[in-house]
Design a binder for this molecule. Sequence first.
Ligand code: TRP
Length: 358
Amino acid sequence: MEKLTYGTYESTLERSRKLEEDLTKNPANYRVLTGDRPTGRLHIGHLFGSLQNRVRLQNLGVNTFIVIADYQVLTDRDSFEAISDNIRHLTIDYLAAGIDPEGANTFIFPHSHVPELNQLLLPFLTLVTMSELDRNPTVKEEIQAAGLKRINAGMYTYPVHQAADILFCKGNVVPVGKDQLPHLELTRVIARRFNERFAAQKSVFPEPQPLLSKSPLILGLDGSQKMSKSRNNAIMLCSTEDETAALIKKAKTDADRVITYDPENRPEVSNLLMLLSLSTGKTPETLAEEIGEGGSGTLKKALTESLNEYLRPLRKRRAELEQNPDYITQVLTKGIAGARKIAVETLDEVLDVMNMKI
Ligand code: TRP
């Protein structure tokens, strides 16, 4: 069996750049698969980090599948009561950000509703070894971060499930952050091993490529770690303008009065400048120069105004969608039907090459 290796980050970045170029030229050759766990509502880190990129790809005309990974929620937490509510709110956030489920090329679906996708997990599990699953760095980090004492087998195997999420629709582009690269490498190995073992004459699965995000990492308002709802340092898409103002007011800065853009030495102030840059279109350097002696008070005031203004249309759409639960059901039903049609075809092909047809 060919070894599972993780290439260097630089080589992945270089390939990702080439992919980006070709995507713009030949969007019809690509099928994008991305996804999220339904663990809560989305914040501006998600918006600037991944949602806007998905919308951009969709608008290039690339087929877009967005999987809501509800089964993954069960891997590292006890609570499941909120899953259904979170699925709906995730969908609302997607639509408010510009994902267009009316188009023929976009599908949003929870994977629990696509049985043929889930069934791919069974043959895929036979293509990886226990020690490969045990070595996955992202899984190890998640186990640590969640402080799990009793680790369920779903935790070790969800990256294989993720391969089923991607390969059921023969997705060939997966926009990812760095932490998801080990999972994608596993998916590529599974595709390769499946083709080698069962489909030597014709390849059933493509090897999906990672598309690394070009947008900067958005830190939380404490300036020290990634923005995240659970760390209480996030501005949610669903926050009100007053809540947004209060959060920015409390944001951490430093003792230096003059505003400069220096992400290395002044991460808190630089992160606020980056957010201001994302909501105004000006560079953080220019903004720092403009604010200068005005200090953090001026910076915060500018950010509050610009960000609230920037988010206003999105929040308005969001509020309208919240009033229309039937529409959200309709969107998910359409997404599930579209995903299922493809999953049935893929499973049929898979059973065929595995000699399991009767
Ligand atoms: N593991 C991803 C996360 O935690 C979510 C996810 C599930 C996903 N299936 C996927 C991402 C398939 C990309 C492709 O964010």
